[in-house]
Design a protein around this ligand. Structure first.
Ligand code: HEC
Length: 107
């Protein structure tokens, strides 16, 4: 019986450690075709905050997207231009600063 409890707690621990990629994305992405592209290709390794927090020109977004593709993002070549357009339209140097991430003990 003790052994079973031990195994169960190990399982719970593994769940805690598992990456959150399957969890619902709490961020509100601006609407547009790029939304699906971001969700499918960019949130596998890191949260969307790292993407939303950037303020880049189209040229620099293109560099980021190429870099991420090189690091393992499955973004297909044919979708990269649309993704760069979406990102640079919504997160460019003119875009107001992102809201600070809200954190409270209740969360
Ligand atoms: C294979 C894993 C992986 C995927 C998929 C991925 N990234 Fe990243 N990304 C990283 C890593 C690793 C970092 C560096 C994280 C750090 O510095 O903490 C990073 C950092 C970033 C940064 C921070 C600035 C920089 O250049 O380092 C941005 C912006 C970014 N990613 C955007 C994207 C976008 C847009 C996509 C989708 C096209 C994407 N990422 C997909 C792994 C990935």
């Amino acid at each position: 019986m003790r052994r079973l409890k031990f195994l169960l707690s190990l399982g719970a621990f593994a769940l805690l450690l598992s990456p959150s990629s399957g969890a619902p994305d709490p961020l509100e992405w601006p609407s547009g075709d790029g939304q699906k592209l971001v969700k499918a290709n960019c949130l596998i390794c890191h949260s969307g905050e790292i993407v939303m927090g950037q303020r880049l020109s189209a040229e620099n977004w293109a560099k980021v997207v190429e870099k991420m593709a090189g690091w393992g993002s499955p973004i297909p070549e044919k979708d990269r231009a649309a993704l760069v357009e979406y990102l640079s339209k919504n997160f460019n140097p003119e875009t107001p600063e992102p809201k600070p991430i809200r954190m409270s003990p209740q969360d």
